[in-house]
Ligand binder design. Sequence first.
Ligand SMILES: *Cc1c(COP(=O)(O)O)cnc(C)c1O
Length: 382
Amino acid sequence: MISTFSINNAQRLQLQPLEVPNRLLLGPGPSNAHPAVLQAMNTSPVGHLDPAFLALMDDIQALLRYIWQTENPHTIAVSGTGTAAMEATLANTVERGNVVLIGVAGYFGNRLVDMAGRYGADVRTMTKPWGQVFNLDEISTAVETHKPAILALVHGETSTGARQPLEGVGELCRKHGTLLLVDTVTSLGGVPIFLDEWGVDLAYSCSQKGLGCSPGASPFTMSSRAMEKLQKRETKVANWYLDMLLLGKYWGVERTYHHTAPINLYYGLREALRLVAEEGLENCWQRHQKNVEYLWESLESIGLKMHVEKEYRLPTLTTVCIPQGVDGKAVAKQLLLDHNIEVGGGLGELAGKVWRVGLMGFNSRPESVDKLVEALKQVLGK
Ligand SMILES: *Cc1c(COP(=O)(O)O)cnc(C)c1O
C-alpha cells in the first residue's frame, strides 16, 4: 500500500465555494475593476494565436497608443504586473556599465535603482524628501554631471502621492543622447500624459490602477531611439521572457509563439482601455481631477491635512497626514473590517505618517469619496 497525505484539510476547504468580501478598494492599488471589465474577463478564452485574439492584441496596441499619446510602434502589454513591465524597460536597454541616473523621491524610485543595478548599470541617483518633486534645473544639472545613457523618473510616485512634472525633460535628454524612461503606473488613465510631446523613450504602467482592470497585463512602450539601442546591444537581453526582440515577433507581423498570453486578462484590458476611449481621454483626466479635489475638500472639512503641496498632488493617489495621537494602522483596519473600505498605509520615510487614498479608474467617483469620508468620521469619532 502506498500511503498518502491526509486530505482532510483540503476537503474541508473544497466544501466551501469561493467567498470574497466586497471591498471598496481606495488604497494604492488594485482599484476595483469596472463591472464591464469583469464581464469581459468572464468570457470563454480563445487560443492565443486565434485570429480573433490577434485582432484583440492590435486593438490593445492602438488603444494604448491613444491613452499614452504616442505613435510608438513598439507598444504592447506585458504579461505580468507593472513590475514586469518596469523590468522590461531596463532589461532591454541597459548594458553592463551604462550610466543610469534615477530620480529617487519615494519607494518606486528605489525599486528602479535595485533593478537597474541587477542588469549591470552604473547607477547614479538624485534624491528628494518623499513627497517632493525635482525641478527642471535640478534634473538638468544632474544630467550634465552624470551624462547618463538613461534617465529614469517616476511620473506618479504612489508611495508619496506626488506628480513629477515632465515638461522639458525629454528635450534635455535628447541634447545629451540620453534615453528618458518614465514610470506611469499610477498616472496612466488618470493624469494627463503626452509621451511623444514630452520626448519619453520608455514607459510602463499596470492594468489595476488608473485603468480599472485586474492586475496582470501591463502596458509597455519604447520609442525608435530606445529600439535602436536595443538593436545595437553587444549582448543578448538577459531576461528571455521580457526580450522585446522576441516579444515584438509575437505582437508584430510574424505572430511567432512566445508565451501563452493570459487571454482573459487581455479581454479585460481591452475593455478597460475601450472604456477610457469611450469616455474620452480628456474627460477621463478631468473626472479624476474633479473627484480628487472633492476628496481633498471633504477631508479638509473634517480637519485632515494632505502631505503633498497642492500643485504637485496626483489626482489618482493622495497621501493624507495621520493626525497626532491617532493610530493610523488601527484606523485602516477598522475601515477595512467594519466599513469594507481599503486604504493604504505609509511606506519608507512616510511609514506611520500618512494614509494613502487612491481614486483610480472606476473608483474615481463622488460616491467613493462620500463613503470614505462618512466612514472616517465614524472611526475618528467626528
Ligand atoms: C504599483 C506600482 C508599481 C508596481 O506595479 P505592480 O503592478 O504592483 O507590479 C510600480 N511603480 C509604481 C509607481 C506603482 O505605483
